[in-house]
Design a protein around this ligand. Structure first.
Ligand SMILES: Cc1cc2nc3c(=O)[nH]c(=O)nc-3n(C[C@H](O)[C@H](O)[C@H](O)COP(=O)(O)O)c2cc1C
Length: 381
């Protein structure tokens, strides 16, 4: 199949990846109500068609935190991308760089910051989860700063992981011992191209940025993940942002805001940006969609810091809807993970090209030549 859309990349990833990894990417928390809302609420927004405007020159670039992006899209932090393609984080970051977009490296990446920076020739934005060991956190932040990571994305909506039924059913979480080993081995063996590319030649399968903290964390990448989950610091409050600042003097973006009151607290705490996000519907199932939360948050704090959003972006039309609803830029998670699983760097590059041409069509047919001027007048309410 020649992929035309993000849902096609999803289908290709489903065929190529072992079941446990496809379900891990594709799934959400509990009954996946919020996951469906993220996509459904974006779909439900209607754009206003306008005609006979001069659309000969389009400008979709946007400047965020001192960086000019070719379009208002970034690659959201996605854990364990190195299990979807060989050294997956390096491949995706190269595709992002070629497209003029930022790549946010997950703290749960298989490849560490050093490997990604070397492969792409540019340091990634770095995403942080707060672990209990502050000494280690300080060392990690110092390392990423020294590497030249321009922005720290501090994820605040995962003090504990939300239960994902699909991961339990697939054996990704909660299955250990011989039956767990057998399950993952058979899953890998039934996907030979993945087994050759990633299973055999994509090693080591650790979590590169945090591996040194995980001595004794276990043998497999899923063991590592559950070790990290047990070590999330649930006592973190806004005061801890001061602590982060002592080690990190660059811009900080808070990821995982869904309520205007929290957005105002982020401003008070000195954040430079925030991502309106429910973690792609992977945490608290039943909360509202990101796109529906965005306008009130942009109204409340858009003048004080940069407001971004993620959750449910599956096309260039969705990008325009997010910007029109108040986001300076949006981030994609599953869209790039599917493309990576489907075919690595070249496929991520193709998918980003598709988003860009869809965005161009949407701009032309809504009569908005300069994307940075886009506002709610683009939406038919
Ligand atoms: C497989 C997967 C792994 C993720 N891992 C992380 C992570 O390590 N850190 C983080 O802050 N967010 C993580 N996220 C959430 C994304 O950064 C983002 O918020 C979400 O994917 C956006 O929704 P979308 O997938 O509908 O685009 C992950 C999402 C997925 C799908």
């Amino acid at each position: 199949m020649r992929a035309a859309s993000v849902s096609d990349y999803r289908e290709l990833a489903r065929r190529r990846l072992p079941n446990i990894f496809f379900e891990y990417i594709d799934g959400g928390a509990y009954a996946e109500v919020t996951l469906k809302r993220n996509v459904g609420d974006l779909e439900a927004l209607a754009l206003r068609q306008r005609v006979m405007q001069d659309m000969s020159q389009l400008d979709m670039s946007v400047t965020t935190l001192g960086q000019t992006l070719a379009m208002p899209v970034g690659l959201a932090p996605v854990g364990m991308a190195g299990m979807y393609a060989r050294r997956g984080e390096t491949q995706a970051s190269k595709a992002a760089k070629a497209a003029g977009l930022p790549f946010v490296l997950s703290a749960m990446g298989v490849c560490g910051g050093e490997e990604v920076a070397e492969a792409a020739g540019v340091a990634p934005w770095f995403q942080l989860y707060m672990l209990k060991d502050r000494g280690y956190m300080r060392e990690l932040l110092g390392r990423m700063k020294a590497l030249g990571c321009p922005v720290l994305v501090f994820t605040v909506d995962l003090p504990t992981p939300g239960a994902r039924y699909r991961d339990i059913r697939s054996g990704f979480t909660g299955s250990s011992g011989v039956s767990g080993w057998l399950n993952t081995t058979l899953d890998g063996l039934s996907h030979p191209s993945w087994l050759w590319d990633v299973g055999l030649h994509g090693r080591p399968h650790t979590l590169g940025s945090v591996a040194s903290a995980l001595q004794g964390g276990g043998r497999s990448v899923t063991d590592f993940l559950s070790w990290v989950a047990k070590n999330f610091d649930r006592s973190v409050t806004w005061k801890d942002l001061d602590w982060v600042r002592e080690t990190w003097d660059g811009p900080i973006v808070i990821k995982g805001i869904l309520d205007p009151a929290d957005a105002r607290d982020a401003v008070k705490a000195g954040a430079n940006g925030l991502v309106v996000s429910n973690h792609g519907g992977r945490q608290l199932d039943g909360v509202r969609s990101s796109i529906s939360a965005l306008p009130a948050i942009a109204d409340a704090v858009g003048g004080d810091l940069e407001v971004y959003m993620d959750g449910g972006i599956r096309s260039g039309l969705d990008v325009l809807k997010a910007v029109a609803s108040g986001a300076k830029a949006c981030f994609i998670g599953r869209a790039w993970a599917y493309a990576l699983g489907a075919g690595g760097e070249a496929t991520v590059a193709r998918m980003l090209g598709t988003l860009k041409s869809e965005l161009a069509v949407a701009m032309i047919l809504t009569g908005k030549a300069k994307l940075r001027d886009a506002g709610r007048d683009l939406l038919d309410s």
